[in-house]
Structures are given as C-alpha cells and as structure tokens.
Design a protein around this ligand. Structure first.
Ligand SMILES: NC(=O)c1ccc[n+]([C@@H]2O[C@H](COP(=O)([O-])OP(=O)(O)OC[C@H]3O[C@@H](n4cnc5c(N)ncnc54)[C@H](OP(=O)(O)O)[C@@H]3O)[C@@H](O)[C@H]2O)c1
Length: 268
C-alpha cells in the first residue's frame, strides 16, 4: 500500500535514531511531508537529505518549550500546516529509588512528560484553527507494568498515557485525535544508553550491539522475535492515517504479547 498519508504534514521528534527515524522513512514512503527533529544536527540533516525534498530537519531539544514552539512554527513555514505530531523523543532515565536526585527528576520528567505536554500545546495551537489533526505520544509498556523500564521513566510514561486520554477528550471536539503507543521491547540504541551514547560509537559497534540485542529480546517475547523500530512506525502510520479516524484517547500496546506474560525462552 502507499499514499496513506498523501498531502499530510507530520512532525516527528526524536527522528535521528530508532523508532522516530523508522517512522520518518515510512511516513515519507506513504506520501507525507515530514519535519524531523532531534539534537544531533549532522545526523538529522543526513537523514532528511536521504529522504528527499519532502523531508526537512529542525534542531530541537525537547527539554525546552521554546524549541518545541519553534519546531512547530518552522513546520508551518516550510510545509504550510501540521496534520500529525509524533511526540517520540526520549532516553533512558537517571537515578533509582535510592539514588534519585532533584536533577534526575527534573531531567526525566521534562524529557519524557514535559516534551509531550508542550508538544500537545503547540500542535493544538495550529490544529484547532485547521479543524483537525492527529497527535501520537510514545508511551511504553513501562507505563503499565513493573520492571519494564526505569523508576522515573515508568512514572513519566504512565503520566503520558493518562495525559493522552485527557487531551483526547479535550481536543476531540476540535477534530483532533490524541493517542498513545505503548511499545514493548524494541531493539534500538535506547538499550545501550540512548542515541547520545550511540553517537559516540563506531557504526560497526552499534550494528553488533543491535544484532545481539535482537537475539536476546527474541527470547523474552511471546512472539519469537524481537520488536523492531518499524513495528512502531506501522502503528503510528495506522493512527495517523484515515484508517484510524475513530480512534481517540487510546493507548495502543505494541509488544508481541510481552506484558500479557513476561517470560524467557531458554537459549538454544
Ligand atoms: N526501544 C524501546 O524498547 C522502547 C520501548 C518503549 C518506549 N520507547 C520510547 O520510544 C521513543 C524513542 O526511543 P528509541 O527506542 O527509538 O530510542 P533511540 O534510538 O535512543 O532514539 C531516541 C531519540 O530521541 C531523541 N532525543 C533524546 N533526547 C532528546 C532531547 N532532549 N531533545 C530532542 N530529542 C531528543 C534522540 O535524538 P538526539 O540524540 O539527536 O537528540 C533520538 O532521535 C522514546 O520515547 C522511548 O521512551 C522505546
């Protein structure tokens, strides 16, 4: 299938790696114009160039509301409107129950929850007068079960899932659908320190880590394979497209069955 996002304009945060990058590739294949964002300008510009004239990169640190505001405004200047915002940027959190500091708290909550709060605020500012749009928030199965993510990470993601339900009810009357995706274990650099650490390693090292991770995750998922970034991109496409036009305030778990029963398949 193709052109499921024909004439749509999307913003994807955290599109310099993993799930965001895979979603940008798929959205472009499906006919969208896509503004990708992240902090790593050289990577973001290279990805945008590889995706052609319908893709552009804007540097944005989602810890800052003004960067999010500028990202939304730059998208309107470049592509004329905003039909979809994927609030996807994220990283492993810092601190544990015993060691957590105020700095850890401020960082994790601003990154994982604040970015979604301010993304929704600035997307709604454009989508309301347009008469509609779609907002997708990347939550996690860590929002729903113990042991699937860090201490603050899990709490922030639970807040993202609830924020999604509330925002969908408030924005639904304006034709704006707000949904979350809760990915299970998806093989990306987030498992070895996030994109910031992956940027410090050679391509071969990152490729080796990804391969090993996929083997390990395949043993810890009821479906006998690891989740991959494209699994979440496909879910985002479904929610962003007209196929998802009656889905609002929903949190779509995409995890191969992992939260139904966590288990470990014996090594062969
Ligand atoms: N992989 C999984 O198993 C999994 C499971 C559940 C949920 N998720 C969620 O999926 C999302 C994407 O994660 P991923 O697995 O694709 O990880 P990833 O490969 O490490 O990618 C993370 C992305 O977030 C961006 N980012 C991090 N901090 C940022 C900041 N302050 N400002 C702007 N961008 C920032 C990074 O870009 P720069 O480094 O260029 O800034 C990068 O593009 C996250 O929200 C994560 O919590 C992942």
């Amino acid at each position: 299938m193709s052109n499921r996002l024909a004439d749509k304009v999307a913003i994807i945060t955290g599109a310099t790696s993993g799930i965001g990058e895979a979603t940008a590739r798929l959205f472009i294949e499906e006919g969208a114009k896509v503004m990708i964002a992240g902090r790593t300008a050289d990577k973001g510009e290279a990805i945008a160039e590889s995706l052609g004239e319908h893709c552009a990169f804007q540097r944005a640190d989602v810890l800052n509301e003004r960067d999010i505001e500028a990202l939304v405004d730059a998208t309107v200047s470049r592509f004329g409107r905003v039909d979809c915002l994927f609030n996807n940027a994220g990283a492993p959190d810092r601190g544990s129950l015993e060691t957590v500091t105020e700095e850890d708290f401020d960082y994790s909550l601003r990154l994982l929850l604040g970015s979604v709060v301010f993304g929704i605020k600035h997307a709604a500012r454009i989508m309301k007068p347009q008469g509609g749009g779609v907002i997708i928030n990347n939550s996690s199965i860590a929002a729903h079960r113990f042991g699937q993510g860090g201490y603050l990470y899990s709490a922030a993601k639970a807040a993202v899932s609830q924020l999604t339900r509330n925002a969908g009810v408030q924005l639904g009357p304006h034709g704006i659908r707000v949904n979350a995706i809760s990915p299970g274990a998806i093989a990306t650099p987030i498992f070895w320190g996030g994109s910031a650490r992956a940027n410090t390693l050679a391509d071969e090292d990152n490729a080796r880590k990804l391969e090993k991770l996929e083997r390990n995750l395949a043993r810890a998922t009821p479906l006998p394979r690891s989740g991959v970034a494209d699994d979440i991109a496909q879910a985002a496409l479904f929610l962003a497209s007209d196929a998802g036009s009656f889905i609002n305030s929903h949190d779509l778990v995409v995890d191969g069955g992992r939260i139904a029963q966590f288990f470990e398949r014996p090594a062969e």
